[in-house]
Design a protein around this ligand. Structure first.
Ligand SMILES: C[S@@+](CC[C@H](N)C(=O)[O-])C[C@H]1O[C@@H](n2cnc3c(N)ncnc32)[C@H](O)[C@@H]1O
Length: 284
């Protein structure tokens, strides 16, 4: 069998960094979740980076970024786990993960049997993910459908063609993905998912200030390269007006600060800014 090839540059590579974070969390005695497949992805990606001096150096830089982002990103995984369970308990039966990366919730969360997962990400991401999952010999616990496409183009038709139903309440997940799109593209994604959302659907939109001139964001941009990470670019994601934007389009919103959300998790992830947090939107 040929070795799966990981994206070693471009925005899809960012998913590997998050898998490294989840693999680290999973071996802690006080882990907030257990994602055994994250180690499979991290090991396979490490091999793709290669044993040349350049490959070794790029992998070391990726690991260093995973260190820097660890606390915030890892508690964030647990927060999405909890929100997903709550959304399903509230009646959502479809879960659409926008920019799913190496997410394995369809494999590791035990939800009601009729819950269906849709994962959307770029083709180069799934060209790595699917063979690694096959080599690991694992089956998802839930119906799982993969949409290899670009969120900046038409992703709604492939989603429907894969069995998505606009009359079934959906939980839409953006976990660190819409921030890689321009503001205009992110808002178009939000417009599209609004059209596809039956009453009772839920969408969690992060409200964060990202200063792309901070050294770790600059380093992330340099390592990933490509068009997505222009240094200093700040017009990305849904933006600071996400809440009023959603309210104007028929979503009922509530806001919880990040520090409030992470307080119960016992990790040093507080940031001391009450404006930063999560907008939870429920379709009326
Ligand atoms: C930081 S990763 C997060 C992945 C995953 N949500 C997680 O938390 O592990 C960002 C993901 O967004 C995906 N992405 C970025 N731009 C995209 C686009 N235009 N279309 C589809 N996926 C995109 C990347 O390929 C990558 O997998």
């Amino acid at each position: 069998m040929t070795e799966p090839e990981a994206p070693t540059a471009g925005v899809a590579m960012t998913a590997i960094g998050v898998a490294v974070i989840r693999a680290r969390e999973s071996i802690r005695s006080d882990r907030l979740y257990d994602d055994p497949l994250a180690r499979h992805f991290a090991d396979a990606a490490r091999r793709s980076f290669g044993a040349t001096p350049e490959g070794e150096q790029r992998w070391a830089r990726l690991e260093a970024l995973a260190d820097t982002f660890f606390e915030g990103r890892s508690v964030g995984v647990r927060l999405v786990d909890d929100r997903m369970v709550a959304a399903v308990a509230a009646g959502c039966r479809q879960i659409v993960i926008l920019g799913a990366g190496l997410d394995t919730r369809a494999f590791r969360l035990t939800l009601p049997a009729d819950v269906r997962f849709f994962e959307i990400d770029l083709p180069e991401l799934f060209a790595f993910k699917e063979p690694v999952l096959a080599a690991a010999g694992v089956a998802p616990k839930h119906d799982r459908r993969v949409i290899a496409g670009d969120l900046r183009r038409n992703w709604t038709e492939p989603l429907r063609a894969n069995g998505f139903r606009a009359d079934v309440p959906t939980y839409w997940v953006d976990e660190g993905s819409l921030g890689y799109l321009s503001r205009g593209d992110a808002l178009r994604v939000a417009e599209s998912l609004t059209e596809l959302s039956a009453p009772g659907s839920q969408f969690g939109a992060g409200r964060f200030h990202v200063d792309r001139n901070l050294p770790h964001y600059t380093e992330l941009g340099r390592l990933v390269g490509g068009e997505h990470h222009g240094e200093g670019r700040d017009l990305s994601g849904l933006g600071p007006d996400a809440e009023s934007w959603l309210t104007a389009r028929g979503w009922r919103t509530s806001f919880r600060s990040w520090d409030d959300l992470v307080a119960a998790l016992g990790r040093p992830a507080a940031i001391g800014d009450p404006e930063v947090g999560l907008v939870l939107a429920v379709r009326e």
